[in-house]
Design a protein around this ligand. Structure first.
Ligand code: CS2
Length: 487
């Protein structure tokens, strides 16, 4: 088993941390210890920890989800002293494996909320980062404000001393720090959101405002919320992948992670209480992250959702299969070149066409074996975050809407849960309820346009777009998706 004892006897070819994990401090607390975080932030921090003067920046992971799954994950982390292996693979199959030691502790919040609060309130904690998904910030898309009416938030507002949401934990910890005269920490969102720092600011200050206006004002004045663009394709790891990764590495690791070799993190340098020397390990610090986010979200994530929806309907299950299909490759190139790229304000020095070509090669990496169901999971939140800007701009500029309408139609048809070969799959849509799904299944093909996923452009004149979506849904059903691809 991989743990601190076996760390000194790693199989040949597996790179050990360049420092003693047991000796590092705990400067960061992270909510949402998923595969992406473990392949991205933890990987950068791991490289930092090997540099002189950086040993305070070890990470404490927090899991908010309890139940059998949460407990099993916490147990596995504990048994392995929070060590795990990261395998990265290039498009031609070359692999490298390293053990990441940056995660120093894992706390299962429901099992002991006070332990999490104590850790967050500890002066050693100087950054609180999070990957809580696009939909996890509890923002009302129409008003842009934090939603106070969800049951979990209401429960935390009623019992702020024993929170269960990330908002409740962070704000209660900040209150304790303020009352004890301890400097606050930076709140760092690492989710794919437009202006994720501003969204996080709205969420945490919005929650605090409902609790205590003075505290909200103190947070507003003293806590920073840097914007960040994050990027690394990190697939899910099922039992078969875990076995294959362990066979490849020679390790006995319950928690291996797999990722593409590419990685990017662009950050605003706004840390109110210090930060690791991330600039020394490849993180880019810029004054304005917005342009980088636009490029990433409207090109990578938007195309992922388009290819995922169309690919699932055609019977594919993996991302690389979609770009190996010449028709879908044409579709995604047309989307990039005609719909996305002309409407992006790219930062100086970013070559959009080189970015597009790089994306095609990243998507085609078969060793990543990224599933389309993962890519489309929580599509209802992703549509808003990844497609809204392009849709709004296209509606305003009068550009042709056919591919956008087709993408929306393919997404809705995909939600029905079976492909054109009649094979069933199960879309993962945590925010869609039975009423929403009934709209998707309704005979009236326009009914689904009432889904909140499309709220981002509801205030505009969408008559032509709506008609085109209905026509595209009908055409996909009548003639098959391949015959009606808008390329
Ligand atoms: C994917 C992302 O699930 C999705 O929406 O597009 O997880 C994607 O793999 C990452 O954003 C890549 O950085």
């Amino acid at each position: 088993m991989l743990n601190e004892t076996t760390l000194n006897h790693l199989p040949a070819g597996v790179q050990a941390p360049g420092y003693q994990p047991a000796e590092v401090g705990r400067g960061i607390v992270h909510f949402g210890v998923g595969n992406f975080f473990r392949a991205h932030e933890a990987w950068y921090v791991d490289k930092c920890l090997a540099l002189p003067g950086q040993s305070e920046w070890g990470i404490v992971g927090v899991g908010l989800g309890g139940g059998a799954r949460g407990e099993a994950k916490a147990k596995a982390f504990q048994e392995q002293d929070c060590l795990y292996s990261l395998t990265d693979v290039t498009a031609d199959g070359a692999r490298s494996v390293r053990v990441i030691g940056a995660l120093r502790e894992y706390l299962l919040a429901p099992a002991n909320p006070e332990a999490v609060l104590t850790r967050l309130a500890d002066p050693q904690t100087r950054i609180v980062s999070m990957t809580i998904t696009e939909g996890g910030y509890n923002i009302d898309e129409e008003t842009g404000r934090f939603r106070l009416d969800t049951p979990a938030v209401r429960a935390d507002l009623e019992n702020p001393g024993t929170p269960a949401t990330v908002f409740g934990y962070v704000v209660e910890a900040l209150r304790r720090r303020r009352d004890a005269g301890i400097a606050p920490f930076t709140v760092l969102s690492c989710d794919n959101l437009r202006s994720n720092g501003h969204v996080a600011h709205e969420a945490f200050v919005g929650y605090a405002r409902a609790l205590d206006a003075d505290l909200a004002a103190w947070i507003d004045a003293n806590v920073t919320f840097p914007c960040a663009m994050v990027d690394r394709i990190t697939p899910g790891v099922d039992d078969a992948t875990r076995k294959a990764l362990n066979e490849g590495s020679g390790l006995d690791d319950e928690l291996p992670v797999l990722a593409e070799d590419f990685s990017q993190w662009v950050l605003e340098d706004k840390f109110c209480n210090g930060r690791p020397a991330l600039e020394k390990v490849g993180v880019e610090f810029v004054d304005d992250v917005a342009g980088y986010e636009q490029v990433k979200v409207r090109m990578l994530n938007a195309a992922h959702l388009l290819l995922g929806s169309a690919g699932l309907l055609l019977g594919y299950r993996y991302a690389h299969e979609t770009v190996q299909d010449a028709d879908l490759e044409r579709l995604v190139n047309a989307y990039w070149m005609q719909d996305a790229m002309p409407q992006i304000d790219a930062p100086e020095g970013v070559d959009l066409d080189a970015y597009r070509q790089r994306l095609l090669s990243r998507f085609s990496n078969p060793s990543v074996a990224d599933t389309l169901l993962r890519i489309c999971s929580d599509g209802a939140s992703k549509v808003r975050v990844f497609w809204t800007d392009t849709v709004r701009r296209s509606l305003t500029s009068g550009r042709p809407l056919e591919r956008i309408a087709f993408g929306i139609a393919a997404y809705l048809e995909m939600l029905r849960g079976h492909d054109e070969k009649g094979q069933a799959y199960k879309p993962v849509e945590p925010t869609l309820n039975e009423k929403d799904l009934a709209l998707v299944r309704a005979d009236d093909l326009a009914a689904a346009l009432a889904l909140p996923a499309f709220d981002g452009w509801r205030d505009m004149d969408t008559t032509a777009l709506d008609a085109a979506v209905v026509a595209a849904r009908k055409a996909i059903r009548d003639r098959g998706l391949r015959a009606v691809l808008p390329v």
